[in-house]
Design a protein around this ligand. Sequence first.
Ligand code: 3HC
Ligand code: NAI
Length: 691
Amino acid sequence: MQINDVTHYEVVGEIAVATLNSPPVNALSQRVRIGINEAVEKAVADPSVKAMVLICEGRTFFAGADITEFGKGKLLPTLREVQETIENASKPVIAAIHGTALGGGLEVALVTHYRVAVPSARCGLPEVKLGLLPGAGGTQRLPRIVGPERALEIITSGDQLSAQDALEMGLLDKVVEEGKLREGAIAFAEQVVAENRPLVKVREMNDKVDPAKVDPALFDNFRKAKARKFRGFKAPEHIIRCIEAAVNMPFDEAFKYERQLFEELMADSQSAAQRHVFFAERQAAKIDDIPKDTPTQDIRKVGVIGAGTMGGGIAMNFLNVGLPVTIVETKAEALERGLGVIRKNYENTAKKGRISQDDVETRMGLLTGSLDMAELSDCDLIIEAVFEQMDIKQAVFSRLDEFAKPDAILATNTSYLDVNDIAAMTSRPEQVVGLHFFSPANVMRLLEIVRADKTSKSVVATSLKLAKQIGKVGVVVGVCFGFVGNRMLAQRQREAEKLILEGAWPWDVDRVLYDFGFPMGPFAMRDLAGMDVGWDPEKSSSSTVREILNEMGRRGQKTNAGFYDYDEKRKATPSKVVEQVILDFCEKKGISRRPVSDQEILERCVYSMVNEGANILLEGKAARASDIDIVWITGYGWPAYRGGPMFWGDLVGLDTILDSLRKLEAEHGDDFKPSPLLERLVSEGKGFKDL
Ligand code: 3HC
Ligand code: NAI
């Protein structure tokens, strides 16, 4: 029988089976909670029922609380009420898990008396990724099963456990045959009944959280070890405190404390930002004029042209998912070097234990090097990653047009060049697209998919699908100088360079941006990347501070000197030499330096980015503000807890940003000219979120 539209209930022999079906991921919405509650009550009230199996239909067990219900007030029954019904049931309830039991979903499983799963199932408490903590007892029950040390790792990382690992840790009671979850769970329930097994309540298992058995230094040591990773985020510290409470307080008290800290996080802008990011990432894959059923092409073989910094990393993405790659260079030496770097990267990953030596060989076995572009004639996708020069790229594309398969996708990894001008060199511009990877290309999650004037819908749809396949987040952007990411970066870069002449030091600018949450500031970044990237000694004429530093041989970390001085351990200290270079340069240019406040640094570097983002939206180079947020979070280390530049702009208040830009425009000119979109939104009292 149906209990409600998402809950089916039936009795098989002596076992009640409640099946929940609320696509796409069986999130624990109000209807689902009502369904579970009523099913348990029904099973308890029916004397012919001896145990109950709780199972889901569709692709997964409950994937967590329904995030779309957050902030909508209390919708009864609450998850905690449903959990009480289950945990206090007078008959055993068995969770039957497939897909991903995540967050509130796993917390529901943790109040059942037994848990079974199929081998492909995964369990986790990913709330931290939403700026939250598991607020339905997860921080209290998980440590009782796996111990506080493991619980700290699992909950603060939000990573998923395989069924096998979960079984070994005692989180699961049994793993049943793949595809036979229902039968397996019913059989397990029958066994529980036959053996008269107890109603196990995790909340009563105190052995692993006994304060006498837990090293009191555990928590502070963990804090210290993870300080870098957790910098800026509030949720991890809240999680640590809850697990500490699991050890140091009685269950009921600690359970209340968990709720209190959960509510604190829920009300905080960090969680709002991280929830925004969750939905924004999924939204990015949806393009208005490209319906879901747009035909896509099969990509079975990939060609990469250029085995330099980017080409090698790009190739690795495809090798990692088992796609064969042929990589082409102009000279044997460059090819050999490129192939060597790829192998070394894999060897290093194997050394860290993240892949096996067999994996290294399998992946290298899929890679072919060549000096002849014509060998790419059977590739379904060819990505060009040669020097950033229009004439070279155009020559490559006109050559490609001669031999590439008619339906092959021809992609350029250009950072700035006009993809239309590149596509025009072929007889099939509809097959040409920009696939802009970010360095290191095998690591950074962002893929800007540059849709040129004639790029076909199928090519864009295929690119989006491919991005997902290789674990990237694809964001579709339009053709303009630097596309979305680098175009906005240029604003920050320009201001950073101006600021160090006006009165700030490079380390002031870096500190403000680091404290804002970026992994490093622009000057530290320059030192890391190499001061001489894009510097031409032939043309260098001491016309900028950077040119002078290059001329002095200060080429960044690799020479132990750049904007900073570096010791043997690569530890940076502000450089007196650089200070003098800047002072001399200012004197020569007649610039009188003045004190620059941290607030000015922040506004000039970051408000200017928000303003450029508005222009990008106005010109339709990004489809929505949240796409820009995703570009910055996944490609440039914008702190996720600030939700991306556009989300953050709304949070600061667009009126505040506009006021600041107007003042800056009066003082510094057109660089701060407010975007007409920003002006319009402020006049209408709206934000980017309302677009
Ligand atoms: N609530 C509401 N909607 C959700 C959701 C959730 N918990 N999880 C996923 N969805 C939606 C997505 O927004 C998406 O919607 P769309 O089709 O309209 O874009 C749809 O479900 C499918 O999601 P994915 O595209 O992500 O599908 P995948 O198959 O790639 O991944 C998944 C499935 C692994 C379940 C992934 O969606 C995921 O990680 N979800 C979030 C899980 C999570 O964070 N759970 C914890 C929630 S907080 C909580 O439980 C608090 C508790 O402690 C009190
Ligand atoms: P790189 O200089 O490291 O590599 C370019 C490689 O292309 C060289 O090995 C060169 O020998 C090879 N090459 C040149 N012409 C060729 C041809 N006709 N056929 C085959 N191979 C050829 O340059 P990098 O950094 O990898 O950049 C490549 C492209 O990626 C550029 O367009 C760049 O703008 C873009 N890009 C670079 C990023 C970075 O951080 N380095 C980030 C994103 C994009």
